[in-house]
Design a protein around this ligand. Sequence first.
Ligand code: NAD
Length: 358
Amino acid sequence: MEFQIALLKGDGIGPEIVDSAVAVLEAVGRKFGHTFHFTPYLAGGCAIDATGVPLPDETVAGCKASDSVLLGAVGGPKWDTLPGNLRPERALLGVRSALGLYTNIRPAKLYPALKSECPLRGDIVDRGVDLVMIRELTGGIYFGERGRRTGKMGEEAYDTECYSVGEVERIARVAFETARKRSKKVTSIDKANVLESSRLWREVVHRVAAEYPDVACSDMLVDNAAMQLVKNPAQFDVVVTSNMFGDILSDESSQITGSIGLLPSASLGESKCGMYEPIHGSAPDIAGQNKANPIATVLSAAMMLRYSFDLEAEARCIEDAIDRVLADGLRTADIVGNTGVKPLSCTEMTDAILARIQ
Ligand code: NAD
């Protein structure tokens, strides 16, 4: 089979980690007889430098014309003082909107070989962590009405959280369908004791849950969820939540697994064309030093094979290679901990993964 992939390498470590994922995809293509065509486009700070805007029209058109999009990361101190609508992060929101990507899927799994990297107590770690966070991506407070005005105590600023029945229904369905392929358990996270938007969220999730009698569904308030994630993460399987709560809780769950450098994500909509990216940022502190952990981006490429191209065996092949690399004790600097192991560079880790694919 042949696939067109738009590459948005972005800024900081973005180019290094996307190059790793491209090498892995090419190896999988050779092994299984597929051809991946890669076309790079500008997005983020590099696009601002070259064109004056974070998401040039050509990039949007290129993404729309592709079968899928692989993104590294955008942003960095160089562009931090730009006004909101010109910041590198606008590129992410722009691609999500242009492709209608309303679902963000972030698996968080603690690898047995990395138990020592988990900051939680041993007995909690022994129960394991293997959850999928499903975050609504194109609604809520990040997209709601915002502004500044004069109030009783001077200038004030506001952002609005707003969800429609349709938006909650479609993300809830993604959660229940995902749960059907796992251990049939959904936890819906909201703040229904305070927020009207959360009360609507809860009502709609319950209505959708009635269509999935084989899946257990429970609600949890977001403040409790933040505690439960560190107290007893093994209780979670599929978690579904709003844009802002998902943003915060998925970063928390990433820390439980040891390093932000390990976790992939997929952003999906109605069509097969999704955007796949590591959950971390552009890591300006290690950019250009060949130190970045490429695993999160390589696993994002595996998610692309699974969700956009329906290539399950090929996705498993990449995930097995990562399992073996870690089980063999190979580590990049972010996951070396107190092992005393000499950390591998980004390219050395990539070569180790490639060696386990061929
Ligand atoms: P970050 O995720 O870039 O880095 C946080 C810490 O994790 C740093 O110490 C970094 O070195 C480390 N780290 C991150 N990825 C790593 C990897 N693959 N291997 C090894 N170590 C890794 O978060 P930040 O420092 O808050 O943000 C830096 C820039 O990235 C900012 O401009 C921010 O806006 C942007 N950002 C972009 C995205 C994205 O493109 N999706 C997401 C988050 C942040």
